[in-house]
Design a protein around this ligand. Structure first.
Ligand SMILES: C[S@@+](CC[C@H](N)C(=O)[O-])C[C@H]1O[C@@H](n2cnc3c(N)ncnc32)[C@H](O)[C@@H]1O
Length: 233
């Protein structure tokens, strides 16, 4: 029998809606902590939140935004954070596409993570994959100069797709070149998904790309994102 969901937040509630971010502005949404912490890291589709929590605990000088479209997962993470005493983190219950596309200003993010996005293995479902050219162009628009985009997947077919989408993006430089990806990354926090899958003997694909300096400024990246958005997928 599944346990009943607890809706009360036992402390500060760090959830925020995309509308609130748009209204207040990203920096202002973090209120007092934004003055002391200069850079922002965003985890898209944070799931159970272990990776995001490990990042926040490792890096006391940074602000964090977690985006996840499962209401239940956001609620559980908000309950956990309320008890943690952490204040440099906000959770947004929305799609990654909506937040990246409409809430994050140009050149505002130091690092993005997309860990183990749903692979949608059937060909007819590939259009549902998060890593699409238009979305990646939006990521580039939001990255600071030399900001970094990290992606991880355990699915070989999706890894090949991601490799193609990322290597085609002129605003990004592959930090693992000449390899497309690595199968492990030293010092990276592990998630419960990852531990389960490693135990099953699955292989891993980690991507790390940096925003190319001098190739696409925020304005041209925005124009490119708009241009890709207007193309049929
Ligand atoms: C396989 S889980 C991985 C979770 C976590 N990143 C990890 O590594 O443990 C994929 C997560 O992405 C979320 N998700 C899928 N598509 C999303 C989207 N478009 N926007 C936000 N979250 C999404 C799902 O709800 C799920 O929690």
């Amino acid at each position: 029998m599944s346990r009943a969901l607890k809706y009360d937040i036992p402390g500060p509630d760090w959830r925020i809606t995309p509308e609130e971010i748009k209204e207040k502005g990203l920096r202002e949404s973090f209120s007092r902590s934004s003055e002391e912490h200069v850079s922002l890291v965003v985890d898209l589709g944070f799931g159970r939140g272990e990776f995001l929590l490990a990042l926040v605990q490792q890096d006391p000088d940074t602000l964090f935004l977690g985006v996840e479209y499962s209401f239940k997962r956001v609620l559980k993470m908000a309950r956990l954070l309320a008890r943690s005493g952490l204040t440099r983190i906000l959770l947004c219950d929305a799609t990654a596409e909506a937040v990246v596309g409409a809430c994050l200003p140009d050149a505002s993010v130091r690092e993005f993570y997309v860990n183990f996005p749903d692979p949608w293995p059937k060909k007819r479902h590939h259009r549902r994959r998060m890593l699409q050219s238009a979305f990646v162009a939006q990521i580039v628009r939001c990255l600071e100069t030399s900001g970094v985009f990290n992606v991880a997947t355990d699915h070989r077919g999706y890894a090949e797709w991601i490799d193609e989408v990322l290597s085609r993006e002129p605003g990004l430089e592959n930090l693992y070149a000449p390899d497309g990806w690595r199968d492990s990354v030293e010092g990276r926090p592990t998630t419960s998904y990852e531990l389960e899958w490693r135990a099953e003997g699955r292989s891993f694909h980690f991507f790390r790309y940096r925003r190319q300096v001098g190739v696409e400024g925020p304005v041209s990246a925005r124009d490119r994102a708009a241009e890709l958005d207007s193309q049929p997928s």
